[in-house]
Design a protein around this ligand. Sequence first.
Ligand code: C2E
Ligand code: CA
Ligand code: CA
Ligand code: CA
Length: 274
Amino acid sequence: AKSEGRGTYRFFEANMGAQVRERRLLEHDLRHAVARGEMQLVYQPQTDVQSGEMLGFEVLLRWHHPDRGAVSPSLFIPIAEESGAILQIGEWVLREACREAARWATPLSIAVNVSAVQIHSPHFVQLIHEVLFQTGLKPERLEIEITETALIRDPSRAQSILRQLKALGLRIAMDDFGTGYSSLSNLRTYPFDKIKIDRSFIRSVDESEQTKAIVRSVLGLGRGLGLPVLAEGVETTGELEFLISEDCQAAQGYLMGRPEPIERYSEHTMGDGM
Ligand code: C2E
Ligand code: CA
Ligand code: CA
Ligand code: CA
């Protein structure tokens, strides 16, 4: 039993080493990914639940690693955040997305995810201002998606940054609503313009009365606060019908459209002429 234990320990140790090495490799590759042209943006439709009309897109990052192929953002974003590479990558995302949207013939909006590290970086407000100015994108077409964990580091500073961002004319959405510790008090503390109900709630709406009740109450909360609610991860017509009947404003999910290179949606961005 003793030797078995030692063997297990050694295996665990070797495994840990491999994980740390793996992380370092990814961290290193991430630093060069933008310059090497390995990053790509995909766009996922956000639609008006009642009319079915397209409102805009959420912008999502894809990394095509030369050896590993597609690496999931759920894996590389946390590494980029810890290493600080997210600052450079996030700036690229913002510039690319705003430049792209500024070319469209239609006034669809874009929603860009922003990390805590970016929000709290020294010149974030100035960066947004500069990108809007340089690309000519109207600020009302830009929305920033922030999770509540992005704000808890330094709430009073975060509050002031969000106010400055809003003064530029853009909108701020609270991402993954319902998954944090204090979603309710955060709604009161920060000047959000929209609530995005997390996908985990929508996923089980078909089967669970409990989940239905939760989603209904978030919709009621939004109504009470005068904030539109967008439901994430809508995959079935049953889920969509529920959202329609409960007067949800907006939705996003595979049912309405997958995250795709923008060319796939050109009939929406290029207007009637194309
Ligand atoms: P998120 O912001 O919550 O983005 C929504 C995620 O749900 C995306 O995963 C999207 O592809 C996925 N999704 C959308 N509709 C459906 C659906 O109907 N069913 C299912 N099962 N999934 C759906 P993705 O693209 O893998 O991104 C994962 C996370 O990585 C994002 O979660 C976001 O937190 C982060 N991320 C992605 N791009 C960026 C970025 O440019 N900057 C930052 N800071 N984070 C990003
Ligand atoms: Ca998001
Ligand atoms: Ca989300
Ligand atoms: Ca999320």
